[in-house]
Design a protein around this ligand. Structure first.
Ligand SMILES: Nc1ncnc2c1ncn2[C@@H]1O[C@H](COP(=O)(O)OP(=O)(O)O)[C@@H](O)[C@H]1O
Ligand SMILES: [Mg+2]
Length: 377
């Protein structure tokens, strides 16, 4: 039986919404349409403000929730218009993470983007809050893409690592022997520290292709200080976010470093730092990996990819080799998970998140008029 699912993803980079239409068959899937909507500067600012816990009152968060809901709706409607008469069975909408805190008491993870708004306006069930059930089962609620990575990218006879370089970077180990557990965790910062520096010192959203960093010199003493963060030493399961790796985190270390260096030296050091954190983890994975599959926007930072390729003995490729463009892997994952959720199937992996059981991920928002879409039985 064929299902048509839309996936909408906006990651920690808060650069915009990536959307895909995924056609899912028995053990197969293909991308039928894609759409992206970059956030305007005021929206990025609002997301950063709320993520930094500068919420003035509750209406700020509610307003952003609705604004984000409307932007997600815009992407969903564009995707639906590309499909013709076929109807969409489900929309998986990750939402914008503004706080991820799986290790506090109580643990929580907040994503904004009003799912009910999208359900009402499209007439399609919308799945949101993908992380809550796993956190309730004692897990990190992250990363969630590994089950999809396994479905899309595992190959018999190969120990593969999928590395998604978004704002935060996450790694999935897909062992060739299916009796071994899939492992997945956030390695640490992906683009976020580099993006923050490019924004502050060059008024650019990111260091295009790594060109600015290429002109700087790595400051090894500073690099060592960055590498001492205790998160990097911790064993999985683990997940992190901008609550930890943010501009304040970097400023504290720069102050302690105290030496003068240029803005491009710092960008060069941050790029090397990001590559090292990823490769230190890749090189310690057991079983040893033979192939690294890169995805996420960091794939476009040529310097970063060169550094990663130099630091690992495994063959490095990107997700196009597995049939999915690096930009659409995460959105496809949430389309795929949403379809499973609507059918009552689990899609979280306890060996990844540390939860006490696999969970059905997400909350389903049904449109008020349910005659068109009945819940799956
Ligand atoms: N040409 C490029 N050069 C360098 N970095 C890029 C380029 N294109 C995209 N990026 C990086 O990718 C990020 C967006 O990646 P994405 O996978 O959408 O992350 P997230 O899931 O966190 O939103 C940008 O913020 C930027 O850091
Ligand atoms: Mg993004």
């Amino acid at each position: 039986m064929k299902t048509i699912a839309i996936g909408l993803m906006t990651g920690t980079s808060a650069d915009g919404i990536d959307g895909v239409v995924l056609e899912i068959g028995e053990g197969s899937f293909s991308i039928r349409a894609t759409e992206t909507l970059p956030f305007k500067e005021h929206m990025k600012e609002a997301i950063r403000e709320i993520s930094a816990l500068r919420i003035r009152d509750r209406t700020d968060a509610a307003e952003l929730d609705m604004d984000l809901g409307n932007l997600h709706l815009e992407v969903a409607l564009k995707l639906i218009s590309k499909l013709g008469p076929e109807s969409v069975n489900v929309i998986g909408m990750h939402g914008q993470t503004v706080h991820h805190s799986p290790n506090t008491d109580p643990p929580f993870s907040i994503q904004l983007g009003n799912g009910q708004r999208v359900a009402e306006a499209t007439g399609v069930p919308v799945v949101t809050d993908f992380r809550a059930s796993d956190i309730a089962a004692g897990g990190q609620g992250a990363p969630l893409a590994p089950a999809f990575h396994q479905a899309a990218f595992s190959r018999p006879g190969e120990n593969r690592a999928i590395v998604n370089i978004g704002g935060i970077a996450n790694i999935t180990l897909l062992p060739s022997d299916s009796r071994n557990n899939v492992i997945g965790f956030d390695s640490g910062p992906g683009n976020t520290l580099m993006d923050g520096w490019a924004r502050k010192h060059y008024s650019k959203p990111f260091d295009r292709n790594g060109n600015i960093a290429r002109g700087g010199r790595i400051q090894y003493e500073l690099l060592d200080m960055l590498l001492q963060d205790s998160y990097l030493e911790r064993c999985p399961p683990k997940s992190t976010g901008l609550e930890r790796f943010n501009h304040g985190w970097l400023e504290n270390r720069l102050q302690a470093f105290g030496k003068h260096c240029t803005d491009s030296d710092i960008l060069a050091t941050l790029t090397e730092f990001t590559a090292r954190t990823i490769c230190n983890d890749l090189n310690h994975l057991k079983p040893e990996i033979t192939t690294v599959v890169l995805c996420g926007g960091g794939v476009h930072n040529r310097l970063l990819v060169e550094l990663i390729t130099d630091k690992t003995t495994a063959r490095v490729t990107d997700s196009i080799s597995g049939g999915i463009d690096p930009q659409w892997v995460e959105a496809s994952a949430f389309a795929w998970i949403a379809d499973r959720t609507l059918r009552g199937l689990t899609s979280t992996i306890p060996s990844v998140t540390g939860a006490n059981q696999p969970c059905i991920a997400g909350i389903v928002h049904y449109p008020g008029n349910r005659t068109k879409h009945k819940p799956a039985t």
